[in-house]
Ligand binder design. Structure first.
Ligand code: SF4
Length: 328
């Protein structure tokens, strides 16, 4: 039997997750569980690149882990662990940072985009080196596949370059990982923004109550020319249609398309219907979340078990790194 390829995937612990995380990443992670050997990283050091406030990091990590478990990630199959608790991440980061030039990192389009979007005047040394820490995360577990959105592909390319550079300079230790694009594009935010994100305040959280989901969906932007029921609408430009109904209510697409265009359907009812389907979709998630929330000790045990398993792999890799370099 062929050995399963290993996948490293992770997220920064920014708190409770939203539908964009579910559609853009988590459903993909769950689908890949049987086929690959998965490691899931809670990237708490990466969180420092955009905020130095650490007061909520632990709590956010636990909330994110509860969301991961509640969507169906299986801790028996896939270790889940915090980056900060496996010291080898920072050690490998330091070694790898010698194998790439500052100019190469400055050219990285993702960092350039972040600097522009977050209005950062003076980027920190650590933020510029974000892709190097990410390379350490992946290579420490010898990840062969990295599930990413399109914006992360340049980071995987940097990881490949660093892996090749190490292997040539010292001895072959690392595979060159391949990016695996997520099946779905980003889920747009309720305000029509291309991306659902907490900072934009345009999200539906996986843990939102049915009432909150209805209220949030009620504020979603629609076709601006369809003011009241009776006005003909254009579903193709309405995000409630092309994003939410298409994903969460595919069976009714032809009827909604017809009734929106004819004016028989009003936006208030159409949005309430979309919200109902999202609520329905999240029923199993909500039930599991309730169970994990009421047993946080168990969640912490899962985390510590994942960290112990990840640490063994990380230590083995660092032994190989030290031997290849003739250090230690
Ligand atoms: S009826 Fe539905 S699909 Fe048509 S514009 Fe309104 S919310 Fe969008």
């Amino acid at each position: 039997m062929n050995k399963k390829k290993r996948i490293l995937s992770g997220m920064r612990p920014t708190g409770k997750l939203h539908l964009g995380h579910l559609v853009g990443a988590l459903e993909n992670w769950v689908a890949l569980q049987g086929e690959y050997d998965n490691f899931h990283l809670i990237a708490d050091y990466h969180a420092l690149t955009t905020s130095l406030d650490t007061s909520e990091i632990y709590n956010n990590s636990i909330e994110m882990l509860i969301d991961w478990l509640s969507v169906g990630l299986d801790p028996a199959k896939s270790p889940m662990f915090r980056q900060s608790q496996i010291k080898e991440h920072t050690e490998l980061h330091l070694i790898l940072s010698m194998l790439i030039t500052a100019a190469r990192l400055e050219r990285n389009p993702t960092v350039k985009e972040q600097v522009r979007d977050l209005n950062i005047e003076n980027i920190s040394y650590g933020h510029l080196g974000y892709p190097v820490l990410q390379a350490a995360d992946i290579l420490l577990y010898k990840g062969e596949v990295v599930p990413v959105g399109e914006d992360q592909v340049p980071h995987v390319e940097i990881t490949r370059e660093i892996a090749r550079r190490f292997n040539t300079q010292y001895k072959k230790v690392f595979p060159a990982p391949e990016p695996k694009l997520a099946k779905f594009a980003r889920l747009p935010g309720l305000d029509g923004n291309a991306k659902m994100s907490k900072s934009a305040g345009n999200t539906i959280l996986l843990s939102d109550s049915p009432d909150t989901i209805q209220k949030k969906m009620g504020k979603a932007v629609t076709d601006p020319l369809k003011i009241r029921r009776g006005d003909p609408g254009r579903p193709e430009i309405c995000l409630v249609f092309y994003a939410y109904h298409k994903k969460f209510n595919p069976a009714e697409i032809p009827v909604i398309d017809r009734d929106c265009r004819s004016g028989a359907l009003g936006c208030v009812d159409c949005k309430a219907n979309a919200a109902n389907h999202i609520i329905e979709y999240l029923v199993p998630f909500r039930e599991k979340r309730r169970q994990y929330e009421s047993n946080r000790n168990h969640v912490e045990e899962i985390l510590h078990d994942g960290e112990a398993r990840a640490r063994l792999v990380a230590q083995k890799t660092m032994k190989e790194v030290h031997e290849a370099m003739g250090i230690g």
